[in-house]
Design a protein around this ligand. Structure first.
Ligand SMILES: Cc1cc2nc3c(=O)[nH]c(=O)nc-3n(C[C@H](O)[C@H](O)[C@H](O)COP(=O)(O)O)c2cc1C
Length: 173
């Protein structure tokens, strides 16, 4: 799958088959994260790959915005150490993982984890207190309940500008 095709077809997936994710595929997803760019190349990230079924089930119970984690085959917790821009650096790695996973037939969904849930996940996975838990990404072979073009996007004309803000950007073709 070429890069743009992966970007264009990717959708958030909240349902997964029972098919196992091989070590080779998991390794490739983590390599995609490892090769992501980061501010001053600090690489402030850690990725905890959870394959234990009981832990995955518990993560689904804790994360109320991502109960579907419980249906995944592998969950990857993204944890950031000391860095000036944790969200930006993490975002680059997350997207690379998502796209590589998509090209392999898998799907995932960013799961927001707030407040007390953060503490519970950090305790469950042994994450040091001074590190920031960004998300837990569930991965599995995707089930698309609603085939189609996916979630809508704003029109190009609404989000792009030519030369100055508010001026229309035109294309030759
Ligand atoms: C920063 C961020 C946080 C999100 N948090 C959640 C979440 O907690 N639970 C959830 O089900 N989806 C979550 N999503 C998924 C979005 O709802 C989804 O990406 C958006 O609707 C666009 O759909 P698409 O990814 O299929 O293009 C999150 C996405 C992002 C980028």
């Amino acid at each position: 799958m070429d890069v743009f095709n992966a970007i264009r077809t990717r959708r958030t997936i909240r349902d997964f088959t029972d098919a196992p994710v091989s070590d080779a595929v998991l390794h490739k997803i983590l390599q995609a994260a490892r090769w992501a760019p980061s501010s001053s190349n600090t690489q402030p990230w850690h990725f905890i790959a959870v394959r234990d079924a009981d832990t995955i089930k518990r993560l689904g119970e804790i994360c109320t915005q991502g109960s579907f984690i419980g249906k995944s085959q592998v969950a990857i917790a993204v944890v950031m150490g000391e860095t000036r821009r944790p969200q930006l650096d993490a975002g680059r790695a997350l997207q690379q993982m998502e796209l590589v996973a998509w090209s392999e037939g898998l799907g995932t969904c960013f799961v927001g984890i707030r407040g007390e849930q953060q503490d519970e996940v950090k305790s469950l996975l042994g994450i040091p207190e001074d590190m920031e838990l960004i998300t837990v990404l569930p991965f599995g072979y995707r089930i698309m309940r609603e085939p189609g073009t996916g979630t809508p996007r704003k029109p190009m004309s609404e989000i792009t500008h030519g030369e100055k803000f508010g001026q229309a950007l035109t294309f030759a073709d």
